[in-house]
Ligand binder design. Structure first.
Ligand code: FAD
Length: 287
C-alpha cells in the first residue's frame, strides 16, 4: 500500500504543465485531487515516475458564464460545485450528482476535471456530462481543441486525451429554464460507486416531453448516451408503457461487468429501473 518512487513537479501555468507532460512522456501523469490516482498508485496499478501537480495553476479553477454556456475549470472541486450559486441556479443536476459522489472528504479534494479525465466507468460525472451535451477543452503541445463528452470515452481508462494533453475546462450548455432533471444512482452504501446510475435532462411542452437526453453510469466500459431510449419518450406524457419501453431500449445498450456489485443481468435490470425513476422525477420537476 505504498506508492512507487516518483518525482513531484508543481508548474504554475498550463503551458508549463503541457511542456512537462510532453517532455517527460508516458512516465508523467497530471495530479488533480489525487482521489483516484493515489489509490491506484498505492495498489501499484499505476506507477508514474513523475507527478505533475496542477494545484499551482490558478487558471484551472473557477466557474464562469459565457453567454449560454457555463465554463468550469478542470481543478474546480466537487465541493465547489456543490457550493456554487451559479451551478444551483443554472445546472442544478451537477449539484445533485456531486452530492452523490463519495463523501465530503473526497469532494473537498476531488475535482471535476479529474473525475471526467479519469476514464473510470464508475465515475458519476462523465455520464452526466454526456446528458448535458458538455464539451471538454484539451490543451497540448500543438494548441487547444474541444472534444464532445460523448466522443471522449473510448474504453475503460482510455480517453481521447493525447500524450502531452491536459484537460483544462468543461463547457456545459445552460439547459433552458424550467427544464427537468434527475440523477438516480443505485449504490450498495453511502459513498459507494454506482451499481447503476442514470442522468436525465428533459423539457416539457404542453405536458409532453419536448427534449430529452439520458446518460448512463457504470453500465458499460464507458459512460453511455441512451439515445433510442431518449427518442422514444419524445411527444409522450411518460405513461407507464413509455417508461417501460425507454427502460428496455436503455438496457439494450448496457454491457455492465459482473463484479462485487452484482451479476451483469442484475445490473442491467436495475439500470433500466434507474432510467425510469430518473425520467419520472425529471418530468415532475419540469415546468
Ligand atoms: P486524480 O485522482 O488526481 O486524477 C485522476 C486521473 O485523471 C489521473 O489519471 C490523472 O492523471 C488524470 N487527470 C486529472 N486531472 C487531469 C486533467 N486536468 N487533465 C488530464 N488528466 C487529468 N467518484 C465518483 O464519481 N463517484 C463515487 O461514488 C466515488 N466514490 C469514491 C470513494 C472514495 C473512497 C474515493 C477515494 C474516491 C471516490 N471517487 C468517486 C473518485 C473521486 O471522485 C475522484 O476525486 C475522481 O475520480 C478523480 O478526481 P481527482 O481530482 O481526485 O483526480
Amino acid at each position: 500500500m505504498i506508492p512507487g518512487p516518483f518525482q513531484f513537479h508543481r508548474p504554475q501555468s498550463v503551458a508549463d504543465a503541457v511542456k512537462l507532460l510532453s517532455t517527460l512522456g508516458d512516465e508523467a501523469r497530471p495530479l488533480a485531487g489525487g482521489h483516484s490516482l493515489v489509490p491506484m498508485m498505492k495498489l501499484r496499478l499505476a506507477t508514474p515516475e513523475h507527478l505533475i501537480d496542477l494545484h499551482g495553476i490558478g487558471s484551472l479553477k473557477g466557474i464562469r458564464r459565457e453567454g449560454d454556456t457555463l465554463v468550469i475549470g478542470a481543478m474546480t472541486t466537487q465541493h465547489e460545485l456543490v457550493a456554487s450559486p451559479e451551478i444551483a441556479a443554472l445546472v442544478p443536476i451537477v449539484k445533485e450528482t456531486s452530492l452523490q459522489i463519495a463523501d465530503p472528504q473526497v469532494r473537498y479534494r476531488g475535482t471535476l476535471g479529474g473525475n471526467v479525465a479519469n476514464g473510470d466507468p464508475g465515475n458519476d460525472m462523465p455520464g452526466l456530462m454526456m446528458a448535458l451535451g458538455a464539451r471538454y477543452r484539451l490543451e497540448g503541445p500543438d494548441g487547444a481543441r474541444d472534444v464532445d463528452a460523448v466522443d471522449f470515452y473510448q474504453g475503460a481508462y482510455f480517453t481521447a486525451l493525447e500524450p502531452g494533453e491536459l484537460l483544462t475546462e468543461i463547457a456545459i450548455p445552460v439547459p433552458p429554464s424550467g427544464h427537468g432533471y434527475a440523477y438516480e444512482k443505485l449504490k450498495r452504501k453511502i459513498g459507494d460507486y454506482a451499481t447503476a446510475a442514470a442522468a436525465v435532462v428533459l423539457t416539457l411542452s404542453a405536458g409532453k416531453v419536448a427534449t430529452c437526453r439520458i446518460g448512463l453510469t457504470n453500465l458499460s466500459e464507458t459512460p453511455l448516451l441512451a439515445e433510442d431510449a431518449a427518442a422514444c419518450v419524445i411527444g409522450t406524457t411518460l405513461d407507464e408503457a413509455t417508461l417501460a419501453k425507454a427502460a428496455d431500449l436503455a438496457r439494450a445498450v448496457m454491457q455492465p461487468a459482473a463484479d462485487g456489485r452484482g451479476p451483469a443481468e442484475y445490473r442491467t435490470h436495475v439500470g433500466g429501473i434507474m432510467v425510469m425513476r430518473a425520467l419520472k422525477r425529471a418530468a415532475a420537476k419540469a415546468v
